[in-house]
Write a protein that binds this ligand. Structure first.
Ligand SMILES: NC(=O)c1ccc[n+]([C@@H]2O[C@H](COP(=O)([O-])OP(=O)(O)OC[C@H]3O[C@@H](n4cnc5c(N)ncnc54)[C@H](O)[C@@H]3O)[C@@H](O)[C@H]2O)c1
Length: 323
């Protein structure tokens, strides 16, 4: 199949694109490299360095004629979305609408939309969250992701546009950006390996559903062809997580052990817009697609530390402490 992956130079999108290529699909990547890296674009993919809002995106669709669009490109920071909701909405709402618009015009068979399970439900009414539970996002980032889910439903009802929504937990693993303010595992790991201070925002008891990137990639493979019902708002939505909450403190202590970090964490006040406890019931993905995470937290963290360790060894530039 011809698959267009937006955000395919990023942490998750690049690994999805790579896997699609390995399965024999033809892949094009659109990414403006705002947070992604050219080095992550897999060999064999056509690469278009472009903002998804660039009018030339239509030409990409005309030329490549994707059958599937996998939409990973996004402004990913909850904190940035609270500071600049307009910029968040520009990329995450208007950008997504553009990609959907060209997908509609060029007859894309299925649109895979990457949403969030961590920032969409707000403070959950029950745990673990199910797809049909009330969604009251606390941050503009969550609001934008939810808005696009609603647009997709509307486009199915008005144009028969077929789609699937993947609501990720907290994805972690190799290639996650350790310099952003999202991605606690990547940030902690790099700082620990460099023996720099590690900051925990809040009391460290906040819980998240940490899911390893390889498992998320697998769900993106299933999402290509697995049966999906459209026409009911929650039918095409799939939570992807472990069903378990892990505190940020626990993550700190696992990583401390795996990296041999000698220091304790420093605590700073919590950041606005962040949910205290959230984890996802992904039993629907298991029932309907046979998907469940294959990596335990320990395994996933070990692999992540290993990857970051290799990066530290191969990077030639000397590291400067950030503080
Ligand atoms: N990492 C997580 O825990 C997590 C959780 C839930 C949802 N998600 C979603 O998964 C997707 C991928 O996130 P990620 O963690 O890999 O982050 P990432 O920042 O590595 O990936 C996003 C990619 O999109 C690109 N991009 C951003 N704005 C763009 C624009 N205007 N035009 C073209 N490209 C643009 C970036 O350069 C980057 O390569 C996002 O949609 C994110 O919201 C991630």
């Amino acid at each position: 199949m011809r698959i267009l992956v937006t955000g395919g130079a990023g942490f998750i999108g690049s690994q999805v694109a790579e896997r699609y290529l390995k399965l024999g699909h033809e892949v094009a990547v659109v990414d403006d490299l705002s947070t992604g890296s050219f080095h992550f674009v897999p060999e064999g993919a056509r690469f278009y360095q472009m903002d998804i809002l660039d009018p030339r995106l239509r030409e990409v669709f005309r030329e490549f004629r994707p059958e599937i669009v996998n939409h990973h490109a996004a402004q990913i920071s909850v904190v940035k979305s609270t500071q600049n909701p307009e910029e968040d909405a520009r990329v995450n709402v208007l950008g997504a609408l553009r990609v959907i618009q060209w997908s509609l015009e060029f007859g894309v068979r299925r649109f895979i939309y990457v949403s969030t399970g961590g920032a969409l439900y707000g403070e959950p009414v029950r745990l673990p969250c199910r797809e049909g539970d009330p969604a009251h996002p606390l941050s503009p980032y969550g609001v934008a992701k939810l808005a696009v889910e609603h647009y997709l439903y509307s486009f199915y009802m008005t144009h028969g546009f077929r789609y699937v929504v993947l609501r990720y937990g907290n994805v972690y693993g190799p290639r996650q950006d350790p310099n952003g303010e999202a991605g606690v595992v990547a940030i902690f790991t790099q700082r620990m390996l460099r023996r720099q201070p590690v900051i925990i925002y809040g009391n460290g008891n906040q819980e998240r559903d940490f899911v390893f990137v390889d498992d998320i990639v697998e769900a993106n493979v299933l999402a290509l062809e697995a049966p999906v019902q459209n026409g009911h708002p929650t039918a095409p939505i799939f939570n992807l997580g472990t069903g378990q909450g892990t505190t940020v403190k626990e993550i700190f202590y696992h990583l401390k052990r795996f990296t041999g970090y000698p220091l304790e964490a420093r605590y700073d006040p919590p950041r606005p817009g962040e949910v205290f406890r959230v984890y996802l019931d992904a039993s629907k993905a298991w029932r309907e697609w046979g998907w469940k995470p294959q990596h335990s937290l320990q395994e996933g963290l070990r692999k992540t530390v290993e990857w970051f360790r290799q990066q530290e060894q191969t990077t030639s530039t000397p590291h400067r402490s950030q503080e």
